[in-house]
Design a protein around this ligand. Structure first.
Ligand code: AMP
Ligand code: GLY
Length: 424
């Protein structure tokens, strides 16, 4: 088979690493990819949202399967376009991708199908939003409706902060069209958990769970990022909780979408808050998480390709999916300044030392070659991943590797996998 992966981050490097191991795959391409992915696949200089370019490439190179990493191409209908041309592609269609692309749509679906989530209201008018905020009082969470690469969610600890967030979105239009509608919701207390699931629109197969670390600094301080590290499994997830998540959240989500005429095929990402009252949905994503993908895929025993094919053909029920019972941990090394403005082009050293460390793999996120030199090319630069018999073992190996890698301005969290996970 000839397979094309769309995207350029740590998640896509993990997908390339896993897919490359499949005996079914003869040639692997990635658009646009990065310096790490280039060691496994032929990188094509096409942006992930260049649908015309990607479609032409897939046709011309007789691509048998396209696997989409990020949300942006899904939100603009890459799957619909490929399907219309009879090309096999992995991910939900545009109308189903609204689950991530519109928080208002997601909230309406959850309300209609009684899926537990924070209480919320939708606004397009700033005055009405201010009145609501004064009535409710802080803390509150203000969210832009559309895609905003993780920056469209503001946790307001005071009424003034909540009003300022509304002003930035509805009045100053700082988020463009993504912020023309907003959701204001109750602030939930608890522990966060990511549950990814494979689904063909009917059958749902949850993957092993992971926990992300969204804040940039230790002890969950500083602004939110795309994710600074993750680990799997998560001890918080008891068999009872797993059951509750499947029956109260995953099942009604996929069935509800089908009721709405939307067959959801791909990976469903449920971002959950485990509260004292049980699991509640913080957000849905319509793809693998980054960095959750980097700790989940290495635990998958199966070849990923037959699973993807079964999802596309709507026969996921026939697949038996099994997981390694090891532990994985991923520590993200970021550019100085990230998630704010940062410099790029800083030479990266030490990867040769890490290459010989057992049970460690460095997934590249924002890297590029400048001539022969490997340099930084993004906010999140490397997702240093390790596995072991225990979480501590995996973390020790990951941090040992992190300490061997250097680039100017590099920063990372030193407390990945050490949260207490209190529910209140
Ligand atoms: P989202 O993109 O909606 O998942 O929001 C990003 C992050 O903001 C989440 O991972 C949580 O850490 C936090 N968050 C979002 N909604 C809430 C909420 N209702 N209560 C508390 N924290 C939240
Ligand atoms: N790690 C969070 C995300 O992928 O959106």
């Amino acid at each position: 088979m000839r397979v094309l992966i769309v995207g350029s981050g740590g998640r896509e490097h993990a997908l390339a690493w896993k897919i490359k191991q499949s005996p079914l795959v003869r040639e692997l391409f990635c658009a646009p990819g990065n310096a790490g992915i280039a060691q496994l696949a032929r990188c094509i200089p096409l942006a992930a949202d260049d649908l015309d370019g990607l479609l032409a490439f897939a046709r011309e190179h007789r691509i048998d399967l396209t696997v989409v990493g990020p949300e942006a191409p899904l939100a603009v209908g890459i799957v619909d376009r490929f399907q219309a041309e009879g090309l096999a592609i992995f991910g939900p269609v545009q109308a189903a991708a609204r689950l991530e692309a519109s928080k208002v749509f997601a909230k309406q679906l959850m309300a209609k199908y009684r899926i537990p989530t924070a209480e919320s209201r939708t606004f397009t008018n700033a005055e009405e939003a201010y009145t609501f905020i004064r009535e409710k009082g802080a803390p509150l969470v203000v969210k832009a409706d559309g895609l905003a690469t993780g920056k469209g969610v503001i946790i307001a600890t005071t009424v003034a902060e909540a009003e300022a967030a509304v002003r930035r979105m509805l009045v100053d239009q700082e988020f463009g069209a993504a912020g023309h509608q907003i959701v204001i919701e109750e602030y939930l207390r608890g522990a966060e958990l990511t549950v990814l699931a494979f689904t063909d629109g009917t059958t749902i197969v949850p993957m092993v769970a992971a926990q992300d670390h969204k804040a940039v600094y230790d002890n969950d301080t500083g602004p939110n990022t795309g994710g600074m590290g993750a680990y799997s499994p998560v001890p918080l997830l008891t068999p009872e909780l797993q059951q509750q998540i499947e029956t109260a959240i995953l099942r009604p989500t996929i069935d509800g979408l089908r009721e709405e005429g939307l067959l959801y095929q791909g990976v469903l990402y449920a971002g959950l808050m485990i509260t004292a009252e049980g699991p509640k949905v913080l957000e849905y994503n319509v793809r693998f998480g980054d960095p959750e993908c980097q700790v989940v895929l290495p635990r998958l025993q199966n070849d990923l390709i037959p699973i993807i094919q079964a999802i596309i053909d709507r026969r996921l029920a026939e697949q038996t999916i099994t997981w390694h019972d090891n532990h994985t941990a991923c520590v993200v090394m970021a550019s100085g300044g990230y998630p704010g403005p940062y410099a790029t082009g800083k030479p990266i050293s030490g990867l040769d030392r890490v290459a010989i460390m057992p049970d460690v793999y460095v997934f590249h996120a924002g890297t590029a070659f400048q001539g022969e030199d490997l340099v930084t090319a993004g906010g999140r630069v490397l997702a240093v991943t390790a596995w072991g018999k225990t979480r501590q073992d995996a973390l020790d190996k990951a941090y040992q590797a992190v300490r061997a890698i250097h680039f100017e301005g590099a920063h990372y969290r030193t407390d990945i996998g050490r949260r207490e996970n209190r529910l209140t």
